[in-house]
Design a protein around this ligand. Structure first.
Ligand SMILES: *[C@@H]1O[C@H](CO)[C@@H](O)[C@H](O)[C@H]1NC(C)=O
Length: 320
Protein backbone atom coordinates (compact mmCIF):
# COMPACT_ATOMS: atom_id res chain seq x y z
CA UNK A 1 0.00 0.00 0.00
CA UNK A 2 1.23 3.48 -0.78
CA UNK A 3 -0.40 6.80 -0.14
CA UNK A 4 -1.48 8.96 -3.04
CA UNK A 5 -0.26 12.43 -2.18
CA UNK A 6 -2.29 14.18 -4.85
CA UNK A 7 -5.48 12.61 -3.53
CA UNK A 8 -4.52 13.52 0.04
CA UNK A 9 -3.97 17.10 -1.01
CA UNK A 10 -7.33 17.23 -2.77
CA UNK A 11 -9.25 15.71 0.12
CA UNK A 12 -7.74 16.96 3.37
CA UNK A 13 -8.17 14.59 6.27
CA UNK A 14 -9.15 11.64 4.07
CA UNK A 15 -6.39 9.11 3.50
CA UNK A 16 -6.73 7.26 0.21
CA UNK A 17 -4.52 4.25 -0.30
CA UNK A 18 -4.14 2.40 -3.56
CA UNK A 19 -3.04 -1.20 -3.97
CA UNK A 20 -0.19 -1.90 -6.35
CA UNK A 21 -1.03 -3.81 -9.55
CA UNK A 22 -0.98 -7.59 -9.27
CA UNK A 23 2.12 -9.19 -10.74
CA UNK A 24 2.31 -9.97 -14.45
CA UNK A 25 4.61 -12.33 -16.34
CA UNK A 26 5.21 -12.97 -20.04
CA UNK A 27 3.91 -10.37 -22.50
CA UNK A 28 2.80 -7.59 -20.14
CA UNK A 29 3.08 -4.58 -22.47
CA UNK A 30 -0.44 -3.43 -23.31
CA UNK A 31 -2.47 -0.27 -24.08
CA UNK A 32 -6.21 0.02 -23.43
CA UNK A 33 -6.60 -3.64 -22.48
CA UNK A 34 -9.79 -5.61 -23.13
CA UNK A 35 -10.25 -8.86 -21.22
CA UNK A 36 -12.33 -11.99 -21.81
CA UNK A 37 -12.28 -15.51 -20.43
CA UNK A 38 -13.23 -18.31 -22.77
CA UNK A 39 -16.25 -20.17 -21.49
CA UNK A 40 -15.20 -23.58 -22.92
CA UNK A 41 -11.85 -23.88 -21.10
CA UNK A 42 -11.40 -20.84 -18.86
CA UNK A 43 -8.46 -19.48 -20.88
CA UNK A 44 -7.96 -15.71 -20.62
CA UNK A 45 -7.70 -13.56 -23.76
CA UNK A 46 -6.26 -10.07 -23.39
CA UNK A 47 -6.68 -7.61 -26.26
CA UNK A 48 -4.86 -4.34 -26.86
CA UNK A 49 -4.69 -1.14 -28.90
CA UNK A 50 -2.29 -1.29 -31.82
CA UNK A 51 -1.73 -3.34 -34.92
CA UNK A 52 -5.08 -4.82 -35.86
CA UNK A 53 -6.00 -5.44 -32.21
CA UNK A 54 -3.22 -7.66 -30.98
CA UNK A 55 -4.06 -10.28 -28.40
CA UNK A 56 -2.39 -12.59 -25.92
CA UNK A 57 -3.62 -15.58 -23.92
CA UNK A 58 -2.91 -17.05 -20.51
CA UNK A 59 -4.28 -19.71 -18.21
CA UNK A 60 -4.02 -17.24 -15.33
CA UNK A 61 -4.60 -13.52 -14.84
CA UNK A 62 -1.03 -13.36 -13.52
CA UNK A 63 0.37 -14.83 -16.75
CA UNK A 64 2.52 -15.94 -18.32
CA UNK A 65 0.82 -14.10 -21.19
CA UNK A 66 1.73 -15.29 -24.68
CA UNK A 67 1.21 -13.09 -27.73
CA UNK A 68 -0.97 -14.77 -30.37
CA UNK A 69 -1.57 -12.31 -33.24
CA UNK A 70 -4.30 -9.93 -34.38
CA UNK A 71 -8.09 -10.00 -34.40
CA UNK A 72 -8.39 -8.63 -37.97
CA UNK A 73 -4.97 -9.29 -39.51
CA UNK A 74 -5.85 -7.56 -42.81
CA UNK A 75 -7.14 -4.40 -41.09
CA UNK A 76 -10.71 -3.22 -40.64
CA UNK A 77 -13.21 -3.04 -43.51
CA UNK A 78 -13.93 0.53 -42.37
CA UNK A 79 -12.63 2.82 -45.10
CA UNK A 80 -10.76 5.39 -43.00
CA UNK A 81 -7.08 6.10 -42.58
CA UNK A 82 -6.05 4.26 -39.44
CA UNK A 83 -7.87 1.06 -40.40
CA UNK A 84 -4.72 -0.97 -39.80
CA UNK A 85 -4.07 0.65 -36.41
CA UNK A 86 -7.14 -0.21 -34.37
CA UNK A 87 -7.78 1.03 -30.85
CA UNK A 88 -9.39 0.24 -27.55
CA UNK A 89 -10.92 -3.25 -27.84
CA UNK A 90 -14.11 -3.90 -25.84
CA UNK A 91 -14.98 -7.56 -25.32
CA UNK A 92 -18.35 -9.18 -24.65
CA UNK A 93 -19.82 -12.66 -24.73
CA UNK A 94 -23.35 -12.60 -26.10
CA UNK A 95 -25.36 -15.75 -26.71
CA UNK A 96 -22.43 -17.97 -27.66
CA UNK A 97 -20.48 -15.35 -29.62
CA UNK A 98 -17.50 -13.22 -28.58
CA UNK A 99 -17.78 -9.59 -29.67
CA UNK A 100 -14.74 -7.38 -30.09
CA UNK A 101 -15.63 -3.73 -30.67
CA UNK A 102 -12.74 -1.53 -31.80
CA UNK A 103 -12.13 2.04 -32.94
CA UNK A 104 -10.61 3.30 -36.18
CA UNK A 105 -8.99 6.68 -35.75
CA UNK A 106 -5.80 8.61 -36.27
CA UNK A 107 -4.30 10.43 -33.30
CA UNK A 108 -5.35 14.09 -33.41
CA UNK A 109 -8.01 13.61 -36.12
CA UNK A 110 -11.78 13.57 -35.63
CA UNK A 111 -12.39 11.16 -38.53
CA UNK A 112 -13.20 8.02 -36.61
CA UNK A 113 -15.58 5.07 -36.49
CA UNK A 114 -16.40 2.09 -34.30
CA UNK A 115 -16.25 -1.41 -35.76
CA UNK A 116 -17.11 -4.94 -34.65
CA UNK A 117 -15.46 -8.32 -35.15
CA UNK A 118 -17.01 -11.56 -33.85
CA UNK A 119 -15.81 -15.09 -33.18
CA UNK A 120 -17.15 -18.20 -31.46
CA UNK A 121 -13.70 -19.28 -30.17
CA UNK A 122 -11.44 -16.15 -30.10
CA UNK A 123 -8.70 -18.21 -31.80
CA UNK A 124 -6.35 -16.62 -34.33
CA UNK A 125 -8.04 -16.32 -37.76
CA UNK A 126 -11.45 -17.16 -36.30
CA UNK A 127 -12.67 -13.55 -36.26
CA UNK A 128 -15.11 -12.10 -38.79
CA UNK A 129 -14.92 -8.34 -39.29
CA UNK A 130 -18.33 -6.71 -39.72
CA UNK A 131 -17.02 -3.17 -40.24
CA UNK A 132 -18.81 -0.12 -38.86
CA UNK A 133 -21.60 -0.42 -36.28
CA UNK A 134 -22.97 2.94 -37.41
CA UNK A 135 -21.13 5.13 -34.92
CA UNK A 136 -18.81 7.50 -36.75
CA UNK A 137 -17.49 11.01 -36.45
CA UNK A 138 -16.01 13.63 -38.69
CA UNK A 139 -14.96 17.24 -38.31
CA UNK A 140 -17.62 19.35 -36.57
CA UNK A 141 -19.25 16.63 -34.46
CA UNK A 142 -19.29 17.00 -30.67
CA UNK A 143 -17.60 13.65 -30.19
CA UNK A 144 -14.96 11.29 -31.45
CA UNK A 145 -16.15 7.79 -32.37
CA UNK A 146 -13.54 6.01 -30.28
CA UNK A 147 -13.24 3.90 -27.13
CA UNK A 148 -16.35 1.73 -27.58
CA UNK A 149 -18.03 0.08 -24.61
CA UNK A 150 -21.24 -1.93 -24.79
CA UNK A 151 -23.68 -2.25 -21.89
CA UNK A 152 -26.97 -4.15 -21.65
CA UNK A 153 -29.50 -2.54 -19.33
CA UNK A 154 -33.04 -3.84 -18.83
CA UNK A 155 -32.76 -5.86 -22.04
CA UNK A 156 -31.52 -2.98 -24.21
CA UNK A 157 -27.97 -2.56 -25.52
CA UNK A 158 -26.27 0.83 -25.41
CA UNK A 159 -22.86 1.84 -26.76
CA UNK A 160 -20.76 4.24 -24.71
CA UNK A 161 -17.98 5.94 -26.63
CA UNK A 162 -16.04 9.10 -27.19
CA UNK A 163 -13.41 11.46 -25.97
CA UNK A 164 -12.25 15.02 -26.47
CA UNK A 165 -14.73 17.62 -27.68
CA UNK A 166 -17.65 16.90 -25.32
CA UNK A 167 -16.17 13.78 -23.74
CA UNK A 168 -18.35 10.68 -23.32
CA UNK A 169 -21.46 9.87 -25.34
CA UNK A 170 -23.95 7.03 -25.54
CA UNK A 171 -26.19 5.70 -28.28
CA UNK A 172 -28.90 3.04 -28.26
CA UNK A 173 -28.09 -0.18 -30.12
CA UNK A 174 -30.21 -2.80 -31.91
CA UNK A 175 -31.49 -5.91 -30.13
CA UNK A 176 -28.40 -7.96 -31.11
CA UNK A 177 -25.98 -5.24 -29.96
CA UNK A 178 -24.35 -5.16 -33.39
CA UNK A 179 -25.49 -1.81 -34.88
CA UNK A 180 -26.92 1.46 -33.65
CA UNK A 181 -30.68 1.62 -33.45
CA UNK A 182 -30.59 4.83 -35.48
CA UNK A 183 -31.37 7.36 -32.75
CA UNK A 184 -29.09 10.29 -31.90
CA UNK A 185 -26.19 9.95 -29.48
CA UNK A 186 -26.29 11.95 -26.22
CA UNK A 187 -23.70 13.13 -23.73
CA UNK A 188 -23.34 11.28 -20.41
CA UNK A 189 -20.09 12.77 -19.01
CA UNK A 190 -18.32 16.05 -19.54
CA UNK A 191 -15.52 17.90 -17.74
CA UNK A 192 -15.84 21.61 -18.41
CA UNK A 193 -12.65 22.45 -16.53
CA UNK A 194 -10.37 20.01 -18.29
CA UNK A 195 -7.77 20.87 -20.87
CA UNK A 196 -7.52 17.16 -21.61
CA UNK A 197 -10.46 14.81 -21.87
CA UNK A 198 -12.54 12.08 -20.39
CA UNK A 199 -12.41 8.92 -22.46
CA UNK A 200 -12.20 5.15 -22.32
CA UNK A 201 -15.63 4.70 -20.74
CA UNK A 202 -16.45 1.36 -19.17
CA UNK A 203 -19.89 0.85 -17.67
CA UNK A 204 -20.53 -1.95 -15.21
CA UNK A 205 -23.67 -2.90 -13.33
CA UNK A 206 -23.19 -3.77 -9.67
CA UNK A 207 -26.04 -4.04 -7.20
CA UNK A 208 -28.58 -1.30 -7.83
CA UNK A 209 -26.21 0.93 -9.78
CA UNK A 210 -24.56 1.36 -13.13
CA UNK A 211 -20.98 2.50 -12.59
CA UNK A 212 -19.42 4.63 -15.30
CA UNK A 213 -15.64 4.29 -15.15
CA UNK A 214 -13.60 6.59 -17.36
CA UNK A 215 -10.04 7.77 -17.87
CA UNK A 216 -9.34 11.46 -17.38
CA UNK A 217 -6.29 13.55 -18.23
CA UNK A 218 -3.32 13.29 -20.59
CA UNK A 219 -2.96 9.71 -21.80
CA UNK A 220 0.15 9.46 -23.80
CA UNK A 221 3.60 10.47 -24.87
CA UNK A 222 4.93 10.92 -21.33
CA UNK A 223 8.48 10.24 -22.51
CA UNK A 224 8.49 13.45 -24.54
CA UNK A 225 5.73 15.59 -22.99
CA UNK A 226 4.85 14.96 -19.36
CA UNK A 227 1.88 16.98 -18.03
CA UNK A 228 1.81 18.88 -14.73
CA UNK A 229 1.49 16.54 -11.75
CA UNK A 230 -2.09 15.32 -11.39
CA UNK A 231 -2.96 16.05 -15.05
CA UNK A 232 -1.78 12.62 -16.23
CA UNK A 233 -4.24 9.76 -16.81
CA UNK A 234 -6.29 8.59 -13.85
CA UNK A 235 -9.33 6.36 -13.47
CA UNK A 236 -12.54 8.03 -12.29
CA UNK A 237 -16.07 6.81 -11.61
CA UNK A 238 -19.65 8.07 -11.39
CA UNK A 239 -22.78 6.03 -10.75
CA UNK A 240 -26.50 6.11 -11.53
CA UNK A 241 -29.51 3.89 -11.05
CA UNK A 242 -30.03 4.21 -14.82
CA UNK A 243 -27.56 3.21 -17.55
CA UNK A 244 -28.54 6.17 -19.71
CA UNK A 245 -27.78 9.23 -17.59
CA UNK A 246 -27.91 11.09 -14.28
CA UNK A 247 -24.44 9.87 -13.26
CA UNK A 248 -23.05 11.50 -10.13
CA UNK A 249 -19.84 11.16 -8.13
CA UNK A 250 -19.39 10.43 -4.41
CA UNK A 251 -20.13 14.06 -3.57
CA UNK A 252 -23.28 14.10 -5.67
CA UNK A 253 -21.69 16.22 -8.40
CA UNK A 254 -23.14 15.42 -11.83
CA UNK A 255 -20.79 13.61 -14.19
CA UNK A 256 -22.01 15.93 -16.97
CA UNK A 257 -20.94 18.88 -14.83
CA UNK A 258 -17.30 17.92 -14.27
CA UNK A 259 -18.04 15.33 -11.55
CA UNK A 260 -16.09 12.13 -10.99
CA UNK A 261 -14.47 10.35 -8.04
CA UNK A 262 -10.98 8.89 -8.33
CA UNK A 263 -10.62 5.10 -8.38
CA UNK A 264 -6.92 4.91 -9.22
CA UNK A 265 -4.29 7.62 -9.70
CA UNK A 266 -0.51 7.73 -9.92
CA UNK A 267 1.08 6.36 -6.76
CA UNK A 268 4.50 4.98 -5.92
CA UNK A 269 6.05 3.63 -9.13
CA UNK A 270 2.62 3.54 -10.85
CA UNK A 271 2.06 6.51 -13.19
CA UNK A 272 -0.90 7.51 -15.38
CA UNK A 273 -3.18 4.46 -14.96
CA UNK A 274 -6.11 4.30 -17.42
CA UNK A 275 -7.62 2.51 -20.42
CA UNK A 276 -9.50 0.43 -17.85
CA UNK A 277 -12.21 -2.17 -17.87
CA UNK A 278 -14.07 -4.28 -15.33
CA UNK A 279 -14.31 -8.05 -15.45
CA UNK A 280 -16.37 -10.40 -13.34
CA UNK A 281 -13.84 -13.13 -12.73
CA UNK A 282 -15.08 -16.49 -11.40
CA UNK A 283 -12.05 -16.84 -9.12
CA UNK A 284 -11.27 -13.31 -7.92
CA UNK A 285 -14.62 -11.53 -8.22
CA UNK A 286 -14.96 -8.19 -10.00
CA UNK A 287 -11.59 -6.87 -11.03
CA UNK A 288 -10.46 -3.54 -12.46
CA UNK A 289 -7.89 -4.00 -15.21
CA UNK A 290 -5.92 -1.19 -16.81
CA UNK A 291 -2.61 -0.10 -18.27
CA UNK A 292 -0.06 1.99 -16.39
CA UNK A 293 3.46 3.28 -16.60
CA UNK A 294 5.88 1.54 -14.27
CA UNK A 295 8.34 4.37 -13.63
CA UNK A 296 11.10 1.81 -13.15
CA UNK A 297 10.57 0.51 -16.72
CA UNK A 298 9.91 3.61 -18.83
CA UNK A 299 7.49 6.40 -19.75
CA UNK A 300 6.97 5.64 -23.46
CA UNK A 301 3.57 4.52 -24.77
CA UNK A 302 5.24 1.24 -25.76
CA UNK A 303 6.21 0.67 -22.12
CA UNK A 304 2.66 0.62 -20.74
CA UNK A 305 2.09 -2.39 -18.49
CA UNK A 306 -0.93 -4.58 -17.76
CA UNK A 307 -2.31 -4.19 -14.25
CA UNK A 308 -5.34 -5.39 -12.35
CA UNK A 309 -6.77 -5.41 -8.84
CA UNK A 310 -9.77 -6.88 -7.12
CA UNK A 311 -12.45 -4.22 -6.56
CA UNK A 312 -13.71 -3.58 -3.04
CA UNK A 313 -17.35 -2.46 -3.25
CA UNK A 314 -17.98 -2.35 0.48
CA UNK A 315 -19.16 1.27 0.64
CA UNK A 316 -21.11 1.08 -2.61
CA UNK A 317 -18.24 2.61 -4.58
CA UNK A 318 -15.35 0.79 -6.25
CA UNK A 319 -11.98 1.07 -4.54
CA UNK A 320 -8.75 -0.85 -4.93
C1 LIG B 1 -11.56 17.70 -14.75
O1 LIG B 1 -10.46 18.43 -15.22
C2 LIG B 1 -9.62 18.96 -14.19
C3 LIG B 1 -8.55 19.82 -14.87
O2 LIG B 1 -7.86 19.10 -15.86
C4 LIG B 1 -9.05 17.82 -13.38
O3 LIG B 1 -8.23 18.30 -12.34
C5 LIG B 1 -10.20 17.01 -12.79
O4 LIG B 1 -9.72 15.90 -12.06
C6 LIG B 1 -11.12 16.52 -13.90
N1 LIG B 1 -12.27 15.84 -13.34
C7 LIG B 1 -12.69 14.67 -13.79
C8 LIG B 1 -13.90 14.14 -13.13
O5 LIG B 1 -12.14 14.04 -14.66
Amino acid sequence: MRYALTALAALPGLALAYSNPESCSGTCVVSDPGLMRRVSDGKYFRFSTGGEITFATSDSLFGPWTGVGSVVPGGSRIDLSGNTDLWAPDLHYIEGTYYCFYAVSTFGSQSSAIGLATSTTMELNSWTDHGSIGVASSSGKLYNAIDPNLIKADGTFYMNFGSFYDDIYQVKMNSAGTKTAGSAAYNIAYNATSTHSEEGAYMYQYGNYYYLFFSSGACCGYDTDRPAAGEEYKIMVCRSTEATGNFVDKNGVACRESGGSPVLESHGTVYGPGGQGVYDDPKYGTILYYHYINTEIGYADGDKQFGWNVIDWSDGWPSI
